[in-house]
Design a protein around this ligand. Structure first.
Ligand SMILES: Cc1ncc(C[n+]2csc(CCOP(=O)(O)OP(=O)(O)O)c2C)c(N)n1
Length: 373
């Protein structure tokens, strides 16, 4: 195992000063360490493409940079990788965790396709790639080889399997907050009624499954940042269908433009709930960095109402207030972190994604026919 301090110090020794990315739990140690300062700056990006663009900007301005991401975000990165980095021949150092590999069955199902095809996809693009061995000598060796790619203006991908880089950075985990994800979802549950609910990927889906499982819940696995667009599509397709999207702040930030589209398309039957804990809690509670005045933002992009609450009672009252009013509504719950040992069960431990999708589709079809459509 490579210690996070060694990982960061070795990169610092090679003059890497600027780091960005979207977290994967595999990089929990280095990201946390960089956040403590003194070893370079880590800026949490909205999405993986933005991370690569930021790193490229830093390189153009003369600062060595590195990107850390999970391979589920490879699609987000692909456009700037091919059209910016490779076209303009700007060096890029990308550490990409390998989820769904070597055994897709050992990971969550959303990683299976990418895990199995990751190496071939990189090869098809002609990308220089290395798989990082779980040793400090291995890191030194790989980083030495990466220098050749850099000298030729070629992107270098260092693929990071599970248990390669240590996660412990020596800091104590936060204590559980009184109003966290579980309390917020419990306060929300009585208001879901007959709504179709789209819950974002990660702990929010998992917690909803444990707190209020129902056939009308669509638990997203991956596709981070797209829960809102799924909800908008459904709400526009069936205007009688009450639709609730439950997002995280990290996921909402990832494709924040979708909020503006929601305001413009204005489905009156849609409520967008964001559980804002200021962190990517599902991958180790790294800070999301950006803070949003959601009320001002929501109204400015066309939501009919926008309200921020910070207690379970406040969330209950906000949901009551909008129950019969036309949307789209934005309700943001500012919540605290849940702390260690609060990992909710995996939805896919009991049901396959296909099974979940069939149950959900059947329930929506029934609703649609009851709406006379
Ligand atoms: C495109 C993409 N990038 C990264 C991930 C890894 N990932 C899964 S959940 C998660 C954190 C989500 O944060 P947020 O939406 O704030 O919800 P929280 O975990 O705080 O409840 C991340 C980064 C992913 N699944 N997909």
């Amino acid at each position: 195992m490579i210690e996070p301090t060694f990982f960061c110090d070795e990169l610092a020794r090679r003059s890497v000063e600027f780091y960005t990315g979207v977290p994967c739990s595999f990089f929990q140690g280095p990201i946390s360490l960089l956040g403590q300062g003194g070893r370079g700056r880590y800026v949490a990006a909205a999405n993986e493409g933005a991370a690569l663009a930021m790193a490229t900007g830093a390189e153009l301005a003369g600062t060595r940079s590195a990107v850390m991401l999970q391979n589920s975000g490879f699609g987000n990165l692909l456009n700037p990788l091919t059209s910016l980095v490779m076209t303009f021949r700007v060096p890029a150092l990308v550490f990409m965790s390998l989820r769904g590999w070597p055994d897709p069955a050992a990971d969550e199902p959303q990683h299976a396709v990418m895990g199995a095809s990751q190496h071939a996809l990189l090869d098809a693009l002609g990308i220089d790639r290395w798989t990082l061995p779980p040793t400090e000598d291995g890191l030194v060796d790989v980083l030495d080889q990466v220098e050749h790619s850099r000298a030729e203006g070629r992107p270098a991908f260092v693929l990071v399997p599970k248990n390669t880089v240590g996660v412990d950075d020596g800091t104590a985990p936060p204590a559980a907050a009184p109003f966290g994800r579980r309390q917020a979802l419990s306060a929300l549950a009585p208001h879901l009624g007959d709504a179709a609910v789209y819950a974002t990927t990660g702990f929010i889906s998992r917690e909803l499954y444990s707190v209020a499982h129902r056939p009308d819940n669509f638990y997203m696995q991956g596709s981070m940042g797209h829960a809102l667009s799924l909800g908008v599509g459904s709400a526009l397709a069936d205007p009688m269908l009450r639709t609730v999207v439950i997002d995280g702040d990290g996921a909402a930030l990832m494709h924040l433009g979708s909020c503006a589209v929601t305001g413009a398309a204005a489905p009156p039957n849609l409520t967008h709930v964001v559980l804002d804990n200021g962190a990517y809690e599902s991958t180790g509670a790294q800070q999301t960095l950006a803070t949003v005045d959601w009320d001002a933002f929501g109204r400015s992009v066309g939501y009919r109402t926008a309200r921020t609450v910070s207690t379970a009672d406040g969330l209950d009252a906000a949901m009551r207030d909008i129950a019969d009013a036309a949307g789209p509504h934005l309700v943001v719950a500012r919540i605290g972190l849940d702390g260690p040992g609060q990992t909710p069960p995996r939805v896919t431990s009991g049901h396959s994604p296909f099974e979940l999708r069939c149950t959900f589709s059947e329930s929506l079809t029934l609703k649609r026919s009851s709406h006379g459509r």
